[in-house]
Unconditional design. Structure first.
Length: 303
């Protein structure tokens, strides 16, 4: 694998935040779900994920910078020598163990322990954790969902997205990371959730906010209108003489909370005139307006 800094397009002096930002940018562009069937892009996605797994771990990054591990996280042992106390004496031996720069950790263990992976005395090393970024729909994150994710190695996993999940939240999938060495346990997969923007829902705490357009008759005369919520469409009553900015609160229609409750949905009304205008309405207002003046900008402090 190439230099992980070059793979993530960052300098060796990059901060942890800069590394994370660059990984997320590249992961969005190279994710297999967005490039189906493109083997080259799939390989690039694997490489940036492996690079981020190494550089996002401060201990691994420090060891890589010191040359103690390679870009895949495998040990880089220095050349070792066995010398008896009396070279040339009885039973004297001179043996060099040269593992080479390209030797992987499993190859080294096999050489040291007679080719018996996991043999007696062989260390058991836990596999490395791997990190991913998963894009999740706003409603899926709000109400919870079962989602199939494609990992860097092409493997798919069915992941439970808990209700109320927020952007930046990380899910840990036990045993779904890199395989262990010498019989060690596999690492975990760390899935960072990125909640996608919704066309009309926004979230503030556990409340869901939405701006709902209403007609002029609905605003003046009041009456029932249908409003979308994260649980489906519901009917609400617009009070008479409502205005743009009028707020309705739908109790319990927001984000589920750990204690079994829910936030609310905040509905902000927006009065919309007929598209293209209306002749009868215009004629009526031409006669009505001169006798019914009112100063809306003055009341707002703009007069």
């Amino acid at each position: 694998m190439a230099d992980p800094y070059a793979t993530l397009e960052v300098e060796r002096t990059a901060s942890a935040a800069e590394i994370k930002k660059s990984y997320r940018r590249l992961a969005k562009k190279l994710h297999p779900d967005l490039n189906p069937g493109n083997k080259k892009v799939e390989q690039q996605f694997k490489e940036i994920t492996a690079a981020y797994d190494l550089l996002s771990d401060p201990k691994k990054r420090a060891r890589f910078d010191r040359g103690e591990i390679d870009a895949m996280g495998a040990e880089r042992p220095s050349r070792g020598y066995y010398r008896p106390h009396a070279e040339g004496g009885q039973g004297a031996k001179y043996q060099q163990f040269d593992f080479g720069e390209g030797a992987g950790a499993e190859d080294i263990f096999a050489d040291l322990f007679g080719g018996r992976r996991g043999g007696r005395g062989a260390p058991k090393l836990r596999g490395a954790d791997v990190s991913y970024v998963a894009a999740v729909d706003f409603v899926e994150a709000a109400v919870g969902a079962r989602k199939r994710l494609t990992l860097a190695d092409g493997k798919t996993l069915d992941v439970t997205i808990p209700a109320g999940t927020t952007s930046g939240q990380t899910l840990r999938l036990k045993g779904q990371g890199q395989p262990g060495l010498g019989g060690g346990l596999p690492g975990d997969a760390l899935i960072e959730i990125e909640v996608q923007p919704h066309p009309f829902f926004t979230r503030q705490g556990n409340d869901v906010h939405i701006e709902v357009p209403v007609t002029l008759p609905e605003a003046l005369l009041g009456g029932p209108v249908t409003v979308p919520t994260i649980d489906g469409r519901v009917s609400v009553t617009v009070p008479k003489n409502s205005n743009t900015g009028s707020v309705l609160r739908l109790r319990g229609k927001g984000i589920p909370t750990p204690g079994g409750g829910h936030g609310d949905q905040i509905v902000r009304l927006k009065v919309v005139l007929p598209e293209g205008g209306d002749r009868e309405l215009t004629e009526f207002l031409e006669g009505w307006a001169p006798n019914h003046p009112y100063d809306v900008r003055g009341r707002a402090g703009m007069g």
